[in-house]
Design a binder for this molecule. Sequence first.
Ligand SMILES: [Zn+2]
Length: 432
Amino acid sequence: MDNLRKLLAGAYRDPDTGETLRVPMKALVIEATLAGREAELVKALDLPKPFAILSDDDTYAALGQRVETALASLGEIIPIRLGKRPHPDDETAARVMREGERAGAYIAVGSGSICDLAKYSAARQGKRCAVFATAPSMNGYTSVNAAITVRGHKKSLAAISPDGVFVDLDVLAKAPKRLIQAGFGDAICRSTAQADWLMSSRLLGQTYRTVPFAFIADLENQLVTDPGALLKGDRAALSCLIQILLLSGFGMTICGGSYPASQGEHLISHHVEMMPPQGWEPALHGEQIAVTTIVMAKLQDQLLARDRAPHLEASKLSAAALKSHFGDEVGAACWQDIQPKLADGAKLAGLNERLQAIWPGLKSEIELVRRPAAVIDKALAQVEAPRRYPAIGLPRAFFKNAILHAREIRNRYTFLDLAADSGLLEPERLID
Ligand SMILES: [Zn+2]
């Protein structure tokens, strides 16, 4: 809890600038159990009443019922129960906002979907919110955006960060195994994301910050010594994982974007979700990230093993190619978005010169902070998480296609670009 406590107290020192950092959250409590303390914790946040308490069938059984009973002692509550596995889409959000209209604040009891619905609805209605976490499944608890599907398209929309996040480790230990595995996937991708961000920053001269990685490093090292402990309900391991995920969310807020937690591995996953195979039952976010992180780690292994810097060629992407791949509307939007990272002519010569010059130093700098594919693969195997595309239900040709085109959806320069522009992106070598 040390780094989290320091961040909340405004006492964490940024290793790059020496300035102290503070995150906009009043309370963050992680305890073996919170039974009997629910009302006291929420009361201390001084949120406007009444409270609309959000849960689904599973989270209601896990913790929601307990929270509803406890908070009823503070005044009127508005229970919003969303049934079995609600989807965080515009329709469900509309229902939440309708039923929660009179509420002063939302209290989410759940993980990804429930938390996103509460954070998003609160932002839209100018309310506040707090979260009782039920699973260490993703890094969105503390982030300022929410993944909401709007008319069939998954979007990252503006949301608010909760005033309080409360974690009962006894509840986390009983979370479905898949959710814990997914959370580990969304945590272990730190390695490939950091390598991507470091590479693009050094090559393109963009901002890079150490802080979102510095406050996670010790926890991650501790967790990967025995990831299998997560499946045995080990409280120390679960505490480690949830702290990493909470800090990862704060890292994005501090950096003013998802750079430290979402690079090439997330682009591949987003591409899969943008253009899913017919009839595909989407895997959990972190399950997809587990698989795509191994792909990126293998790609980084391959490129970083080269003594000489890759030689970049002019981009072969075109507006027509993107429109034919993504459809007219989405293709045109992606083409517009990625313009800044495309290189031609003088810019290309400059990039190659720079890449040659920095390559040996860049390689050592990245090797110091990344984990090789084999290490990530072993850690994921220890938590029995999905590691290859069949485990998340994707056909081979489809997954290869997603790896090839992932870099076209966003202006984020990753090892996917470095490899593709130098003729070294070979999905066939990355997926088995
Ligand atoms: Zn993620």
